[in-house]
Design a binder for this molecule. Structure first.
Ligand SMILES: [Zn+2]
Length: 73
């Protein structure tokens, strides 16, 4: 799952208001996503971020790879 800039694609937004998903970063309700979220085996959608937080993360994406959670056993 790469976070590339798909500027060639049309910016189709999926309305996910009914899913009641909140941003994993700031806790704001996410009403739209540029992709359709898929449910995982545990019944959650994983970590999703609102537009602002996504933008922030895209900007300072660097050596830190904390996507997908930490490995705490
Ligand atoms: Zn957010």
């Amino acid at each position: 799952m790469a976070y590339q800039d798909n500027n060639r694609f049309q910016r189709q937004m999926f309305d996910i208001t009914s899913l009641g998903i909140t941003c994993a970063e700031c806790g704001a309700a996410i009403t739209q996503l540029p992709f359709e979220p898929t449910k995982k085996e545990d019944g959650t959608y994983g970590k999703l971020y609102c537009y602002e937080c996504n933008k922030k993360r895209m900007r300072d994406r660097g050596p830190r790879r904390d996507f997908g959670g930490r490995s705490s056993y």
